[in-house]
Ligand binder design. Sequence first.
Ligand code: F6P
Length: 327
Amino acid sequence: MKSSIKSIAVFTSGGDAPGMNAAVRAVVRTGIYSGLKVFGIMRGYEGLIDDEIIDMDSRSVSNIIHRGGTILKTARSKRFMTDEGMKLAYENIKKHNIDAVIALGGDGTFRGAVEFNKTYDVPFIGLPCTIDNDLYGTDNTIGYDTAINTAMEAIDKIRDTADSHNRLFFIEVMGRDAGFIAMRSGIATGAEAILIPESPLSIDQLINKLERGWQRKKSSGIVVIAEGEEEGGAFEVARKVKEKFNHYDTRVSVIGHMQRGGNPTCQDRVLASRLGMAAVEAVMEGKSNVMVGVIHHSIVYTPFSKATKHNLELSPYLMKLAVVLST
Ligand code: F6P
């Protein structure tokens, strides 16, 4: 069946994620290969409202597959959640004769598309781009693999100095509502404890764990803490622990936004390329309001309403692994 789609637009939205550029490249090149007119929208929904819409061709995505950040820039748009913002966005979609939009982002981005589609009928296809990995409907989000490797390398370096000085380090990694980065990077660096929002560990439980390590002659240690865990972040956890357990000299390190940047890993580049192509194919097949993901090596499409973060659970197996191997 011949597709009615003649033109598409692509944008990046929300927190940037390494691999976004590779995904933009894949969307643009697959679109052109398929005979479509391709537009780029700058700064996500903000650029859609402000008519920052540019023509894309094969050359506009040259030499970006390896670059972190996003050439289309990104933003978190409050205006798009208003009636006025959505109306302006729709008018610009019509003005440029855009038949479908490919949105690269996380749960906020997809929630925006769902709201928009309650009033306006424009097909949206989503690509999961967030370092947090907190979307249901894909084994990995684009950017997650790079971020966990960045966190791992940073923690490895801190481990060296912790060991030299016999210190206990509290290290905060990103993940506002999700502990995926903390869990993976913690396991990969042999952390003594990992604190995540999904399975809270009380300060007393943490101290018991550290106490047992002390008794088994651990001379230094690493506690990895997800930004969103409920005791209040690395500084707060360190303060609370020190009040009751003072055997170690302690330090705090917040890894921060370096986890959002840098050249994407091979895995993220290939995932982004695959999903970018699949997104264009989905548009041409008439799909709408779905996120494209990869589960067990196969492309799958998940409705936006299901893909948003609260449906995803951290593997109990990984949680057990972290506990067993840190004894
Ligand atoms: O993109 C996800 C994320 O990095 C979260 O892990 C973090 O809480 C948040 O974005 C920080 O966002 P920003 O500093 O861009 O407001």
